[in-house]
Design a protein around this ligand. Structure first.
Ligand SMILES: [Zn+2]
Length: 151
């Protein structure tokens, strides 16, 4: 048997879950709100990181695709999920160290398909993050992105 404690349950605010019909005479110009589904959470603003020290650390690496010795280009992601948009570069945490030839192959050129570009960039980006962490040159104040996540 449960022991009664003096602890009082907090009174939960009642949540209205069923829509009540709106009387006909009030319906004109009425704004209907569904009460049976929670409101959409506000869309979080994308948090861009802009870091000169991070880009410099990336440039110092050899190409993380073919191994060509540095300095490398900082190749920003071309994916919208990483903050790439019209006239705006992706966040600096989504940058791969690539030689000029591989950078060009991703951003222009017709040698690679779209999927191949994404794959090349993603693998190089993962290697870039891993290498910076290994070298201890990932700037301490910038959270390290999760490289296990695909795109
Ligand atoms: Zn390369």
């Amino acid at each position: 048997m449960l022991k009664r404690s003096g602890f009082k349950r907090p009174v939960l605010e009642r949540v209205r879950t069923v829509a009540e019909p709106i009387p006909m005479h009030l319906r004109r110009n009425a704004v209907y709100a569904r009460m049976d589904v929670p409101a959409e959470p506000p869309i979080a603003k994308f948090a861009y990181v802009r870091s000169r020290p991070l880009l410099n650390a990336i440039k110092a690496l050899p190409c993380q695709h073919c191994g060509a010795s540095g300095p490398s280009d900082p190749a920003h992601s071309n994916q919208g999920a990483h903050g790439k948009g019209k006239g705006i570069k992706a966040s600096d945490v989504y940058v791969a160290a690539l030689c000029r030839a591989d950078h060009n192959a991703i951003d222009q050129g017709s040698r690679l398909t779209h999927d191949e570009r994404v794959e090349l960039w993603t693998n190089a980006w993962r290697a870039t993050v891993r290498e910076l962490v290994k070298r201890g040159t990932w700037p301490q104040e910038i959270p390290i992105p999760d490289i296990r996540r695909m795109n």
